[in-house]
Structures are given as C-alpha cells and as structure tokens.
Design a protein around this ligand. Sequence first.
Ligand code: GDP
Length: 539
Amino acid sequence: MTATAPTRTDTAGGTPADVVAEAARRRTFAVISHPDAGKSTLTEALALHARVIGQAGAVHGKAGRRGTVSDWMDMERARGISITSAALQFSYRDTVINLLDTPGHADFSEDTYRVLTAVDAAVMLIDAAKGLEAQTMKLYAVCRHRGIPVITVVNKWDRPGMDALALMDEVADRTGLAPTPLTWPVGIAGDFRGVLDRRDGTYRHFTRTAGGATIAPEQVFSAEEALAREGDTWLRAVEESELLAETGAVHDQELFLAHASTPVLFASAVSNFGVGQLLDVLVGLAPAPVDRPDEDGKPRPLDAPFSGFVFKVQAGMDAGHRDRLAYLRVCSGVFERGMVVTNGRTGRPFATKYAQQVLGRERETIETAYPGDVVGLVNAAALGVGDTLYAGDPVIYPPITTFAPEHFAVARAADTSKYKQFRKGIETLGGEGVVQVLVSERRGDGAPVFAVVGPMQFEVASHRMEHEFGARITLEPLPYKIARITDRKSAPELATARDVEVLQRADGELLALFTNKWALQVLERNKPHLTLTPMVAAE
Ligand code: GDP
C-alpha cells in the first residue's frame, strides 16, 4: 500500500486563516452509479492520475482482481461486490480530494444515503449503453433531496452505446437537471476518437494504451488539426455541440451549484480517458466545503472551533482490528489528533487519540484534518451515526434521516446459551445502522425485529452475528411492508387496529408497521387524528 498523506501546508496551531484556505482547496465527493457502470474502475483511475497509488488495480479490488484495499468481508469477496464504505484521500495539483466510497449494491442505499450527507458534490457515472439505470436514479434522488451538485460522466464510450444527444435527453427528462456538456464525443459510442472540448474548441484525441494502466491517453489538437484528422466525424461533433449551445446547454456555475444543471463529460474509465478531465472539473467547478448549517439552520463558520459529524459507524473490519470505527466528516476548524472533543448527543468527552485515515484494511494515523476531510475514529463504541463532535462553542448538526424499511424479520438466538453475545451483537448492529432494531414489550428483548430497506441487509446482519459475535441467529420474516413514524399518543389506538403493530426503534422513535397500503389508507381516512408520518423512501 503506497497511499500517502496529501501535502499539507504548515498549520500548527490551526489559525482561522489556515482553516479557510485549507477548506478552499478541498473537494469531497462520492461517485453514484449502478453496479457495473465502472465506479471501481474510475476510482482506480482517479487515484492513478493523482498518483496516490502506483498502478491501477490496487484501490478497490473485486473478486479476481489484484488489490483489496476497500473490500474486507469474506462475503463481499465471495460475491464480488463492495458492501462497506471507505474514504480515499489524494492530492491533485494543489487540491486535496476526498473520495467517499459508496456501496454499489441496491440493498445498501441506506448506507449510501449516509455517505451522501458527508459530501459536497457527486459524480453520476452512467454506462453509455445503458443510460440511467435503477440504482443511479435512486442515488440521484438522494442527491436531489439533499441539493448536492452533480457532475455527470458518461462512461464506456469506447463501446457501442446510445446516441449522445439521446443520452442528454434522458438525463434531462429523468433527473430534471439541464445537461451542459463540457466535452462532446468525437465518434459515436464504440468509435471513440476523442472529445471536442466545448470550453476552448480544441480536440482531445483519445489514444489507447495497453490495459489502461498508464496515464496520458490524450493529445490536444486545434480545430483545424482535428478537421484534417477526423473529417466528417469532427464536423458532426462540432454541429452537435453548436446545436447544444443553441438550446442553452452551456455550463453555468450558479445553476450547477443550485442543482439545476449538470456538467457532462464523456469517458472511458478503463482506458483512463476523461479521468484527468474529471479531476480538472472537480478542482475547477465542484464546490469546496462551506459553512455547514446546524440543526436550527444556523451556519457554523468554517473557521469556528473544530466540529464534525459521524456519518458512518462500522465494526469488525478484520480479525486484526476488531473494534468499532466511526467515520467523521470535519465541518469546521482544525481536527488535531489527541484533542478531546464533546459528543453533542451525550454531552460526554471523546478522546481522539486513535484517529486514523482509513483505507480498507490499511490504516494510517492522521494528525490533522480540515473541513471536508474524513477522519476514522477508532474505539468509537460511544459514537453513533449522526452524532456531532465539537470543541469550543457547542453545535449540533441535523440528524441523519434513516430510510423507510420495507422488510421485517424477528431475530432470535439459535443457541440460547449465547444470549449475552446475542444482546451485544444486536446492540452493535443497531448502533451501526446495519439494520434498524425494533423492540416491543409484547415481543420481549429476546425477539427484536430487524427492519431493513433491502433483504441483503438481513444476510449481512446474520453473517456478522455469527462470525463476529459468536451468536448465530434465526430470522423469521414478518408480513409487514410499510412503516410510519408515530407517537406515544397514537400508539395505544394503533395497537388495537388490525394488520398493524407498533414497535420502538433503538433511537426511541415509535414505528407503526402495516402489512399493506390499504390497511394504512383506511386508518388514515377513518382516524385522521393519528400521527402516521412517512419516512424517507429509498424509492
Ligand atoms: P462497478 O460495479 O461500477 O464498480 O464497475 P467496475 O469498475 O467493476 O466495472 C464493471 C466492468 O466494466 C468491468 O469489467 C470493467 O472492466 C468494465 N469497464 C469499466 N469502465 C469501462 C470503460 O470505460 N470501457 C469499457 N469497455 N469497459 C469498462
């Protein structure tokens, strides 16, 4: 592992001026895409360009690939999918880039949603042949909900695919964002010759390199040279680009930041083409961290004392580091390892002696971090998702919404002599948000209900209960399909209704579960005084 900490200016003492300057050179983003669109390939290529890692293939290995920095679970390897999230930090030019990994599998959208609370921008990666796929749309919906600016990258242009203009129509129709291509492909999908850079009219010619494991697959030519080289193919790109300009498809920074438009690039991640262009766009156009609003909507200035929030908690990284790890996004001030901060939820102090930068299995002690950076806090048993940590003036950031669960099952210890381990495991998984844990007096502590967005979360929970806590469980599916948030006043009346059950979630919230939407609709119509608040749908 050759990850290096980004070059940092000397900020001993962390005066406010440093913080503001350091924040300004940070870009914190995630890639959202459907499985197989090329996210891992793009991640590797970005890291390669930024020279964090010497050779593509070492960042985000999947089954059958070489490196395995961010995959850690046996199951994950067996399935060849990425379940956990890690943050990758590298420097490009004078910018520090924090790339937060999002799980690719549909059932992990809840986890992804949390990661998206910690980014300032998203790269929406689409497969040129498939357009906007289901998972991309779900993740996009989260970005829209949170107002996160989106940069679109059309990947795999080296393979036959859709017409470029048709793809732009699809982006516009389905996301509501106006696509404003920064580059335009020269050659149809499958005949990728390069791109017309719409910002300066130059031709960036795509040269194939063996295996894509080297940088520089691009040469820049003037428009005249491009015409001489590519003839009608170049003219067609120019014509289409002019057509786009006439319809107003020209980048506008304000519209992009206001989540009204999306700059678009065309790429071939596997050949590294378009990757340097994406890094330049991230540096040039993606927003740096700004003052983050607290739970009352009041922005906490970047140069206020340190603050941040936990967006992900994870345990059992591997046998060697069997502990609980909390990922914190720094929002204001300077984080210095060793500082003692306050947990806003509990009011208790938290010592950050073991702060680390985490890259899958590789850990590197982190000394200083600035707004936009992600810090992994080890031994974080006292921390939960959504917790705010601060130094100096108190601050509490808004809670992180959980998605509406759609699948429910009762968990029981398969071996009753392992009850202690069972309890500990349930508490940990609930705290991490692997599943939402619901209990009720009627069911008792020995039979908590797991509530999940996607059934695969059940598998992960079972696997971890058995392998990490030594408490094998059985899961008995329940017929519920819909959950609504309710309150103590409505609960007794709901409990007497048919096809409804009220349970309490680990965070104290009361959930009413319904077997079907008609049962819910009848109640809503006949008993409008009952509180039945919808939860954020994973769509
Ligand atoms: P992920 O599931 O989104 O992380 O996708 P991967 O990065 O694993 O890529 C899925 C498959 O598409 C792999 O076989 C890649 O080699 C391939 N792939 C990724 N990017 C490109 C590209 O630009 N062109 C072509 N032809 N294949 C690509």
